[in-house]
Write a protein that binds this ligand. Structure first.
Ligand code: 7TS
Length: 417
């Protein structure tokens, strides 16, 4: 079901057990039952290496970055810049200047809307999003369109949860200035054909902003191959700390864009009459960043790289297929998001039961899932439902986790439907 990749050796149970052993949070009981964590699309658990890196930074290196002559400031700055280089490699950006540290995907998308968007849009221009977007990739564009007298247009989807690409081509015109699209949907799991969409958008002169919040933990990202103009994601959904993320932007665009927030770090020279700005990425990094989070993020990137995407995808793909197969056999269960090309997100509804009730009953079994609209209310409206129960799978999940989920759902359905 997942992106085609070079074949890899089947993932052995020992491999998964070795991965699980690195995650302290997973080894606990909830309501007297062993925790089954199936909410990694909301936030992934953190490997010990990330926790160690956070503690090490605060215990040994704590200092502000880019502004002190002393040893600790030097170490903190070097560690922060080392993460920038790791992120650059992780997304295959050409230049570290294209990697801007932010507070996360939401902050990154808002940055683009408030800088590039404010400068580029004229009344009558259009911004194109899709019907499956997370609110973080809808609301900033709505706000921008309102401020600029521009129009928000929406790419429709089908019942399986795939974009209607013919409609996309028709909606793209010379009025389209920005296309903002998720790489993978947080509710449906659908992986969108970004490369092809970028090609079409560029042919009409539009820039493309990719919301890769759900892609970063599951798919290899290559911004040069995609040829996207901007790409955003958070560290915390990909085993890293909360409160940090990245905005990738093409250097030529970043250089031409106005700055975002004013303050320290983003300036070259300030007089009381006039300020000149630093070059990217620092132009967009005003103030003290989340240094500890950025430094520790490196350990999360190393964690993913050590497993490798071919193995990770083979594992998650097998689990997703297994889970979809088990769940769809349960009476009253209907899967939401059945595109063939998916990340390991499995949403479903139980006919005749409220999603919140199902979520609470699963919690009593020690099973953590997301319930509700998953910050995709327009998608819920399209599907004619109020919310879903979403199980999302990560590197540390096992076949047994899926068995426990299916057994619990079956029991709930038998008792309550
Ligand atoms: N875009 C997508 C596709 C997302 O799934 C999310 C968060 C965001 C943007 C925003 O990321 P943040 O780190 O800035 O908050 N998605 C979810 C979710 O599915 N459940 O909780 C948060």
């Amino acid at each position: 079901m997942i992106h085609p990749l070079p074949p890899s050796a089947p993932v052995q149970n020992e491999d998964i057990q070795a991965i699980r052993a690195q995650f302290p949070t997973l080894h606990q009981t909830v309501h007297g039952k062993p925790l089954i964590y199936l909410d990694s699309a909301a936030t992934a658990q953190k490997p010990q290496a990330v926790l160690d890196a956070l503690a090490h930074y605060y215990q040994q290196d704590n200092a502000n970055v880019h502004r002190g002559a002393h040893a600790l400031a030097g170490r903190a700055t070097a560690a922060l810049e080392a993460t920038r280089e790791c992120v650059r490699q992780f997304i295959h950006a050409a230049d570290g200047a294209e990697v801007i540290f932010t507070a996360g995907a939401t902050a990154s998308i808002n940055l683009v809307a408030a800088t590039y968007g404010q400068a580029a849009l004229q009344p009558g221009d259009e911004v194109l999003i899709s019907h499956m977007e997370h609110h973080a990739n809808i609301v900033p564009w709505q706000m921008l369109c309102q401020a600029k007298g521009a129009q928000l247009k929406v790419i429709p989807i089908n019942e399986r949860g795939e974009l209607l690409l013919a409609a996309f081509s028709e909606l793209l015109t010379s009025r389209t200035k920005i296309v903002a699209i998720s790489y993978a949907s947080n509710t449906l799991g659908t992986i969108n054909p970004i490369k092809e969409m970028v090609k079409q958008a560029h042919a009409q002169g539009a820039v493309v902003v990719v919301d890769a919040a759900q892609a970063a933990a599951h798919l290899p990202i290559n911004v040069q191959e995609l040829d996207c103009d901007f790409l955003a994601f958070s560290a915390h959904k990909a085993y890293g700390p909360t409160g940090v993320g990245v905005l990738y932007g093409k250097k030529t665009l970043l250089e031409a864009m106005p700055p975002y927030q004013g303050g320290g770090e983003m300036i070259r020279e300030v007089t009381l009459a006039h300020t000149t700005y630093n070059s990217p990425p620092y132009k967009f990094e005003a103030g003290t960043p989340n240094i500890a989070g950025i430094v520790a993020w490196r350990a999360a990137l190393d964690f993913i790289t050590a497993i490798g995407f071919p193995k990770l995808q083979a594992h998650e793909d097998a689990l997703l297929t297994y889970a979809a197969d088990l769940l769809q056999r349960i009476p009253n269960v209907r899967l939401i998001g059945t595109a063939p090309n998916k990340i390991s997100v499995l949403s479903f509804v139980v006919e005749g039961m409220h999603h919140l009730d199902v979520g609470m009953l699963l919690d009593a079994h020690g099973i953590a899932v997301r319930t509700g609209h998953s910050c995709t209310q327009p998608l819920m409206d399209f599907l004619g439902i109020e919310g879903v129960i979403r199980a999302s799978l990560a590197a540390y999940n096992t076949k047994e986790d899926v068995d426990r989920l299916a057994e619990a759902v079956e029991k709930i359905v038998k008792t309550h439907c």
